[in-house]
Design a protein around this ligand. Structure first.
Ligand code: FES
Length: 65
């Protein structure tokens, strides 16, 4: 498994990296749809939605601790 860094590409089609998604979540964007609207992620092949959702879930979980 390749290690995921902040610079990892989450959406290859739109060139959206993990740090961009983390930044949006930190700004209060907490739905997959809004992240897609803002970044254009998941508007190509559609294979990255589970990964974006996983990042969201992980961050929401962290913020509850
Ligand atoms: S990898 Fe995100 S839409 Fe293709």
């Amino acid at each position: 498994m390749t290690e995921k860094t902040a610079d990892s590409l989450v959406c290859d089609c739109a060139g959206v990296r993990r740090h961009k998604i983390l930044q949006l979540i930190a700004q209060g964007v907490t739905t997959l749809e809004r992240i897609e609207d803002i970044t254009g992620a998941n508007t190509g092949c559609g294979s990255c939605d589970a990964e974006i959702q996983a990042i969201l879930d992980e961050q929401i979980e962290k913020s509850r601790q």
